[in-house]
Design a binder for this molecule. Sequence first.
Ligand code: HEC
Ligand code: HEC
Ligand code: HEC
Ligand code: HEC
Ligand code: HEC
Length: 478
Amino acid sequence: MPVQRIERALSIGSMGAGALLAALAFSCAAPAAPPQATTGPTLEEGRSATAVPQLAPPPTLTAGSATAVQAPLTQAPPPAPAAPVTSIPATPNAPLVSFPLGTATPSEQCGFCHVSIYREYATGFGADLEYKGMIANSLQDPVLALPADHPVTQTAHAYAGVDPWPIVARQLEEGGKACNVCHYPQPFEHPAFNVESIPKPQPRDASQEAVGVTCASCHLTPDGKIRGPFDVSATAPHATVQDPGMQTSTACALCHSMGPRVIGKQTQTFLEWREDFNKPGLGPQQCQDCHMPRTERKLADTYDVPLRAVARHLWTGSHSTQRLASALHLAITRPRATQPALELHVMNVGAGHSVPTGSNRRAVYLKADVVDGSGAVVATQQWMFAPNFGDRPDDNAFVEDDKTGPEPVAATQADAQGPHEAPVRAGEDRALTWTPALTSGTYTVEATLIYDLNRYNDRAFTDDQTEIGSASLSVSIR
Ligand code: HEC
Ligand code: HEC
Ligand code: HEC
Ligand code: HEC
Ligand code: HEC
């Protein structure tokens, strides 16, 4: 393990503690929260025999870890919570905790009790997540980075409200129009599994965007209850509703798809999963099975509640090298031993949807070189796999029309790149043929797959690129 990695692992741990302690601090100090976290006698009465709220910080956060907790706090204070938990039920009839800010409820409020889940969401603890600084277009553009109080190891849901790239893109591409409604939505119902067209969620008010995709974004129902897969009505200090749909892909559909199924288009992840993976029976996995693997623990760490199978709140995707590397397999073949014709196969073996999926900005490049005995590259070829911006393939023939269309900047940048390979669908084996011009001799074909978070910025900017696979084949031409 390189030194850098170890340091980061350490800082993740202590950052988590810092953030959590701050969450506790705000809750204890909050005037509207009646019980004092550690002293309130009402708390000891408990709500029922099975629910004994103990709001003291968990042992690992108390004496002994003071320095570990303090240090990261000065460098990186967690986002300031906007409002306190309104009440903690101390008797069976006490009012339940409620969340008047709706989906703008800061996640720290939930993290006060759901300590381990919050740590995953807010620090990426348990995954190899890494936010990559981004530039919009040219190398002269400023590098867009997360605010200092957001660790680069955080989950994308946790930084969604401050991720500078969507904010800048909205300005550059849409003239400031509130297009990215899925980044800051109000509470919604899940769509039916088979709905033909996925509707857009309603956006929050612009002043409430910064908290991003919060715990409440996924868990709060339009009537103010917290949904989850279990029946916890006897133990939870807030209104809950048992919803088996939370363990299915429909829980992700509204933000991870838009409109009807259009093969090859952007913003289709749920529909790709439903039509290409689930319906043909390629696997039993829902989104959660791959993106929220479970472990056995308590839902609310300091409560006297049973162990349950709890989903890790990490959602590794294109900011995880481990996840990216598991998506595709690359192989090179030469169908006829005497001919230079090559076949390169890009197989989607690990994703329950197309790769790349989601935003049209994403791309996978396949780069192939033929290298001779002296190490010189004698032939080279490249392909780009990417979601189309709109309902038809990106094509530079449309650039002039785009300029007068409804989304001139975004449509133009997509079409200007010209035709490219469609994303590799779930389970697909995409075969690409290439016949390099070679004289007789012995060569090595070397192929590499590279994932690019932003296909529209200068290719020389490689901070947003990750090598995700390679293959080689030696060929001799007579
Ligand atoms: C004061 C402590 C506390 C706060 C604050 C709190 N919870 Fe809970 N929550 C609990 C407890 C206790 C349970 C029940 C645990 C059990 O029985 O395993 C629970 C249960 C849950 C469940 C499981 C529901 C189910 O039906 O499966 C979810 C989801 C949940 N909470 C989400 C949240 C979210 C989101 C927030 C913030 C908006 C939040 N909680 C705030 C203590 C809290
Ligand atoms: C409330 C809307 C919303 C819901 C519901 C939602 N997501 Fe997301 N998700 C987002 C947004 C917005 C981003 C991107 C944030 C950013 O990069 O700034 C994202 C990012 C992700 C990423 C990381 C992508 C990357 O670039 O690394 C994964 C993986 C993911 N979501 C999976 C899921 C899964 C699985 C579910 C269902 C359990 C789900 N999401 C539910 C809005 C949502
Ligand atoms: C069989 C496992 C599997 C299932 C099921 C699955 N995914 Fe993924 N997902 C992956 C892999 C592997 C990647 C990495 C490839 C990539 O980023 O394109 C990925 C990447 C992603 C990304 C990152 C895209 C980006 O642009 O950053 C998102 C978002 C995502 N998945 C959402 C979902 C949603 C929503 C579902 C359910 C509708 C789902 N996934 C189902 C394995 C899976
Ligand atoms: C992007 C959507 C999303 C966000 C954001 C989110 N959750 Fe969840 N959560 C889910 C889903 C989906 C499940 C059900 C997972 C499963 O069991 O398959 C779940 C399950 C839970 C459960 C029940 C345990 C379990 O695994 O079933 C609790 C408690 C919980 N979440 C609390 C939180 C808290 C606290 C936060 C914020 C720190 C949070 N969640 C943020 C989607 C989300
Ligand atoms: C249907 C919901 C939805 C809408 C509408 C939407 N987005 Fe997104 N956006 C997402 C999700 C989910 C992701 C996460 C990555 C993915 O799926 O590829 C994302 C990712 C992004 C990213 C890349 C951030 C990263 O993770 O690196 C940018 C930039 C972005 N969106 C900008 C916009 C802009 C600008 C608009 C308005 C034109 C918009 N989005 C509209 C759901 C949406």
